[in-house]
Design a protein around this ligand. Structure first.
Ligand code: ADP
Ligand code: MN
Length: 341
């Protein structure tokens, strides 16, 4: 048993992995992303428990378990030592997959937020209109400026980076949206899913990006009532996230919002259509009276939908500098469109 490729992915580079049981997510990372997750964890340790769920950026991030550094003998470097027991020792096999040119391939270890979903619909939306940071080479700056200028990144401070949804209509693709031809941007996966690649979101503009978002929420065989519940939940989440970001002193370039919902109607029925706005941490809280809730028990109750902030390779805390206008604008624009689907 060893790590396997991530089963469902909305966008991003190749490389994300998951544990075979689906509980954990791993991706090659960089020092800046590790620092952001560590910084978040340290901040959370200082914050009183009375803060309402959703008020802190950590509430919107996947649970962080630590990092795996291949080549460091068989020591797992993790900041949650108590979770070590739940990690399969075979993850150390990963050390055999170090890149040929010896580059560091430290893995970030997170909760797999798709765990427990039967037929996940996933959409990755990148926030902000500035898509490069100070460290970017002049070449990359030029390229990223151009992407922003020619897409909704520039006009609305958000862009659909990619989606993956179950193929509910057996190859019957959604209607084309002006210069975005579905057969050019859609790809059939082997397991009955359709991927909408990065050109889907890049070809949309501010006049029709709502049609693109509608495909995510409406192009499926769930009853309209469930689709409406899903939309309502995401509107509430985006409003809460908006408020959270107004209080967050961060600068996050190229971060994404990951939207996930369950496409299996039977799970909606068996959970009685109950879907928490934010699911409590899957790592058991010391204060919980229920005591030992191990990972296995917890995994049986995945939410029916969730919103997560991901991808912090270009993120940092900026105390005293106020909120990140780019993020706030992007969430605001997204919210206004989704409210009207
Ligand atoms: P990249 O640097 O390659 O853009 P991201 O952090 O954006 O990496 O992740 C890429 C993709 O992996 C996302 O679009 C999403 O589909 C998936 N993903 C990211 N984090 C998680 C997670 N914690 N659980 C499940 N899937 C995830
Ligand atoms: Mn990404």
């Amino acid at each position: 048993m060893s790590l396997v490729p991530l089963r469902h992915k909305a966008a991003g580079h190749d490389g994300p992995l998951q544990s075979p049981d689906g509980l954990l997510f791993y991706k090659p990372t960089v020092q800046q992303e590790i620092e952001f997750y560590n910084g978040t964890q340290q901040r959370m340790a200082r914050i009183s428990d009375s803060a309402s769920l959703g008020a802190n950026i950590a509430d919107w991030m996947p649970e962080y378990l630590g990092v795996l550094s291949p080549g460091v003998s068989d020591q797992l470097r993790t900041s949650n030592p108590e979770t070590l027991d739940s990690l399969d020792p075979s993850i150390l096999e990963y050390s055999e997959t170090i890149g040929e040119n010896g580059e560091s391939k430290t893995l970030l270890v997170l909760e797999n937020i798709l765990n427990g979903f039967n037929r996940p619909h996933i959409m990755d939306i990148k926030l902000g209109s500035v898509l490069y940071d100070e460290e970017a080479s002049p070449k990359k700056r030029e390229r990223m400026k151009n992407v922003s200028l020619t897409t909704t990144s520039g006009s609305l401070s958000f862009r659909i980076c990619g989606m993956q949804v179950p193929d509910d209509f057996q190859g019957d693709l959604p209607e084309d949206i002006s210069n975005c031809k579905m057969e050019e941007v859609c790809h059939y996966e082997l397991d009955g899913f359709i991927t909408f690649d990065k050109y889907f979101g890049r070809r949309l503009d501010k006049t029709n990006v709502k049609d693109g978002l509608s495909i995510f929420f409406r192009y499926n065989k769930l009853p309209k009532g469930i689709q409406d519940i899903i939309l309502e939940k995401f509107v509430i989440r985006l409003k809460m996230l908006y408020n959270c970001l107004l209080d967050a002193e961060v600068r996050i370039i190229s971060g994404s919002l990951l939207f996930v919902f369950e496409g299996d109607e039977d799970r909606w029925k068996s959970e009685d259509y109950e879907d928490p706005i934010i699911k409590q941490s899957f790592i058991s809280d010391d204060e919980e009276d229920e005591g030992e809730q191990d990972l296995e028990e917890e995994s049986s109750t995945a939410p029916l939908s969730c919103l997560k902030f991901i991808d912090f390779a270009h993120a940092r805390y900026t105390p005293g500098k106020g909120y990140d206008e780019e993020l706030v604008n992007g969430v605001d624009n997204l919210l206004n469109l989704i409210e009207n689907i």
